[in-house]
Design a protein around this ligand. Sequence first.
Ligand code: PMP
Length: 408
Amino acid sequence: QAPYDVLALRQDFPILDRKVHGKPLVYLDNAATSQTPRQVIDVFSDYYSRCNANIHRGLHTLADEATAAFEGTRHKVRAFLNAEDARQIIFTRGTTEAINLVAQTWGRTHLGAGDEVLISLLEHHSNIVPWQLLAAERGFTIKVIPVDDSGALDMQAYRELLNERTRLVAVNHVSNALGTINPVKEMAALAHQQGALILVDGAQATPHQAVDVQAIDADFYAFSGHKVYGPTGVGVLYGKKALLEAMPPWQGGGEMIKTVSFDAGTTFAGIPHKFEAGTPAIAEVIALGRALEWLEEVGVGAIGQWEHVLLEHATHAVSSIDGLRILGTAPDKAGVLSFVVDGAHSQDIGLLIDQLGVAIRTGHHCAQPLLHHFGVDATCRASFAAYNTLDEVDTFVDALNRVIGMVR
Ligand code: PMP
């Protein structure tokens, strides 16, 4: 039994009515991007039909309205993450850009030879590569927290890896490849005991559970609009105020300055504008605000609960398939089902199941080190969202059985 009316909720999503190869679309690639409700899509036509203007600088009505709507989202995000102050919310292009911002500002000024950054084996490439790029320049060391066979972080190893050289722990809240939910609150407390900061990549957590950055005591927290039923091209970096205030700017340009002079040099705006150079994705930010409202109307906790039902149902159904191995069996898991099948390439399964209207993801899920650890190059991944139904899970499992029969 769903905690809300799933069929009614589906009416919000025009794309769910479309057919793929003549079959009704069963969209199970939600960890890559979630679909967008009409309420969010409508923001774009409303914005461009009524109040398209550049923000912050204008004194005219359109600019005022656009600025108010844009800044309105900042307040909604503050509430969404339970940050203390809206100025701690910085708009970025997404999680990737948020992490790069921290690496290039805080990281560049605080990390050097002899320092250690701890990341986990579960990380998305976007929480690996920015640190590798910086480490090559600054000479610090990256250490990796291992996982156990279930795909849960090895907390004992984490405790042992933490030491007085650790400056930063950068981990995801939920793994996109396996669905593992990491104990980030406990990890933050342990990091802080060692005087290290913690950056949490919340790209996969924010769509599925309420997040409280103060309760976690995260120093930085990042997420992407397009995974919380919002648009692409926008994301968020939250940071503790003292850290953000002390960090140098990253990109230079308009909006992020106080004064610019050839003689006296440039002074910078305060947070958050110091980190928001240039014209931002105005419509996208406003639409993100609407997406967060939509998410709260449904209830992110209820969504997570329903996805769990879908996950259990799917896990149970596929476990009888001969030669199918699920990767990621940690007890604390979000709605992600990653698997490989003996004698069937993931790529072939993905292509053939698409012919039956079912969209899943196949590949390395931008987590190559993790997949290599499990001895595979690719998995198939079905991931669930608010609008998925038990019938869709059944359609997926039937289709999977057919496809496996074809390729074996
Ligand atoms: N981290 C995780 C855990 C993700 O799942 C993703 C997106 N797949 C990202 C980071 C990167 O997000 P984006 O591409 O929106 O910047």
